[in-house]
Design a protein around this ligand. Sequence first.
Ligand code: UDX
Ligand code: UDX
Length: 480
Amino acid sequence: MILTQPQLEQSTNVEPIRKICCIGAGYVGGPTMAMIAKQCPDIEVKVVDINADRIAQWNSDDLPVYEPGLDEVVAESRGRNLHFSTEVDQAIADAQMIFISVNTPTKHFGVGAGRAANLEFIEKCARKIAEVAQGHKIVVEKSTLPVRTAEAVKAILAGASSGATFDVLSNPEFLAEGTAVEDLVAPDRVLIGGESQAAVDALVDVYAHWVPREKLLTTNLWSSELSKLTANAFLAQRVSSINSISALCEATEADVDEVAMAIGMDSRIGPKFLKSSVGFGGSCFQKDILNLVYLCEYFGLPEVAEYWEQVVKMNDYQKTRFVRRIVRTLFNTVSDKKIGIWGFAFKKDTNDTRESAAIYICRDLLHERAKISIYDPRVDAEQIRRDLADVMRNGDSELSAASEKLLNENVEIVTDIHDASKDAHGIAVLTEWDEFKDADFERVHNEMKKPAFIFDGRNILKNLPLADIGFIYQGIGFSR
Ligand code: UDX
Ligand code: UDX
């Protein structure tokens, strides 16, 4: 992981940035570059990706990423100073500053499998930059990476045969999906790590177009890389901590939302990220914690590794516990019973399903032979089918005939919430979409088998008079 690298030539005088390129048009690269283009009309921003379909979508009216407010941000700059293209080489050659925003999934094979990040795409990007760059370039790591990845990137760049020179910066993204646009407009802070003051200043100047200077934090490279992992680990830890208490609340007569409110009013603890749920998901939390765990083990710190790994274990436990409770409540069997799944995205206001708790809940319900009918207002049916096939496949192995049968016969994906509840024995709310609170519950109740159960994995229906309608209602972290 750590490479000793030749000292790179460092610039002392970097021209103001007028041309930026970003490799990776995903959930992070797309919105971040759209915001830079909007706020910096004097800078040409080109976003490139090897996936031609994705680029075509960015150039259409149907963006590949659903984010409130993003359509307007893209519409303002696209065709002016924001361009989406598959011409990676040309974009690299033209740019003064190159952001790397490709995905870094958890490795599924070889050394560090299940924990370490797969840096294959980062390395390919660095090699491509080394191959086509001329002159001086500033390379910015936007992807979340294990600490000291910049060393590897620098070593690869130092091998450029063209004689090009490079500065490497770390500029981790802290936006949360669903609120990406507001997070980009008014970030709590922008973190820039680097060794060359001139390169750091060049990136500071880009953000200073709209972010107050006091929110632009500069550190050394390694602090910047580690801060991203640590921020996500702390956030996820809060969710796992409150979820651990939810189990205790269900066993006692405490209510986890009341406990969260009471502790959150202590200004030292604070109210955010204390919402107990069916479990955290998203592309970052689990991956980043596992990265941290791997890193600690690598550096001979097994106690620290174990400490953080528990956050992920608690999250797995929360998901398993939810399914067990459903089965127990439905008279110890869900075999052949229809369960309506409301929500599949890992949180509201996004079409992203990566590591969504819903994937694992659905898998476990299928293993219990339930029939599931899934409704999500934003996630494509194809994406849901892919996620379920992947999780049933269990790693790299083939899909067994039994799993394939379950996927074909026991999974239905619907576009109307009432289709998911019709003849269902229970409904599981897995994403906190606002529209679920406004559902016509009288109608839902009439459509369902009786007794009609609602299992609310987000506690969003808790204050509705569902019992009066006739539902048996269960949420997370309280018992009624
Ligand atoms: C980001 C960060 O980059 C990741 O490290 C962080 O932890 C999560 O957020 P994200 O933008 O969400 O990833 O990923 P994704 O939506 O998968 O987008 C990555 C894009 O990079 C994809 O469109 C993919 O096609 C592209 N890509 C990948 C390339 O263009 N070149 C490659 O070599 C690999
Ligand atoms: C996270 C970080 O917040 C962001 O700074 C980083 O850049 C990327 O990772 P994201 O994964 O998009 O962002 O969403 P986030 O709002 O953090 O939610 C993650 C998961 O935790 C979701 O599944 C959410 O439902 C869950 N969560 C969050 C809870 O269960 N309870 C809470 O109180 C907060």
